[in-house]
Design a protein around this ligand. Structure first.
Ligand code: G3P
Length: 224
């Protein structure tokens, strides 16, 4: 499974990248807004220069021509830019056209298996089901990942399933079990994947025992 960090915060992206297990970055207009007064295109370039992997940047036009124009501008920023296209009618048309031009795409705002089926048929490189937002309305986000995985397997679609809107480590675990190709998550969730109280307690014990061992060795050598 590939790990992407879901943020436009350069400092977080650097920290995530330093962990050595980061494969890419996803951004969206809301995440860019959180950054305040930054130039969107400059930020995308900075992210591409920081992380060697696929970097999703989203269009904001909702008509075909507007999406295509924005997609071309974004794709020119860096070879690793993946253009994020919303799952609407003109978006599907844009996915097909961009696929024919060889521009990689991430189809975003997916909330149903039939939406994912259409996006794959249109040639999307990634499909982004928003599992957390589905859970937020008391529905089953993970069920959606499982259904998309089954449909894509049935027809050998090459579109990668990018589990998005991840809220916690259990989402990552279940997305991995369901066969999602990528999990994009906030940096905080990425660090939480590592946490376990028994690891902390175990390490504390090992280090204390190591100190005791060293003291005993010193004492034996008459150095204490
Ligand atoms: O980047 C898309 C997605 O991950 C958004 O997540 O937390 O706003 O539902 P969230």
């Amino acid at each position: 499974m590939q790990f992407f960090v879901d943020t436009a915060d350069l400092e977080e992206i650097r920290e995530a990248n330093d962990m050595g297990v980061l494969d890419g970055v996803t951004t969206n207009p809301s995440l860019v807004k959180e950054e305040g007064n930054v130039d969107f295109h400059e930020r995308v370039l900075e992210i591409c220069q920081t992380v060697d992997g696929d970097i999703s940047a989203e269009v904001t036009a909702t008509d075909f021509d507007g999406m295509m124009e924005e997609a071309h501008t974004l794709a020119q920023i860096h070879d690793n830019v993946v253009v994020k296209i919303p799952l609407i009618k003109d978006g599907i048309k844009a996915l097909r056209a961009l696929d024919e031009e060889g521009i990689p795409t991430n189809c975003t705002l997916c909330f149903s298996p039939t939406q994912a089926l259409v996006a794959a048929k249109a040639g999307a490189d990634y499909i982004s089901p928003f599992i957390g937002r589905i859970d937020d309305i008391s529905s089953d986000g993970m069920g959606l990942i499982e259904e998309i995985a089954a449909i894509y397997d049935n027809y050998a679609f090459e579109t990668d399933i990018l589990a998005a809107s991840i809220r916690h480590p259990t989402h990552v675990k279940r997305a991995a079990l369901a066969g999602a190709d990528v999990a994009t998550m906030p940096f905080e969730t990425m660090t939480k994947l590592l946490e376990h109280p028994l690891t902390d307690r175990g390490l504390e014990r090992f280090l204390a025992d190591w100190e005791d061992y060293k003291d005993a060795r010193k004492a034996e050598a008459g150095l204490a």
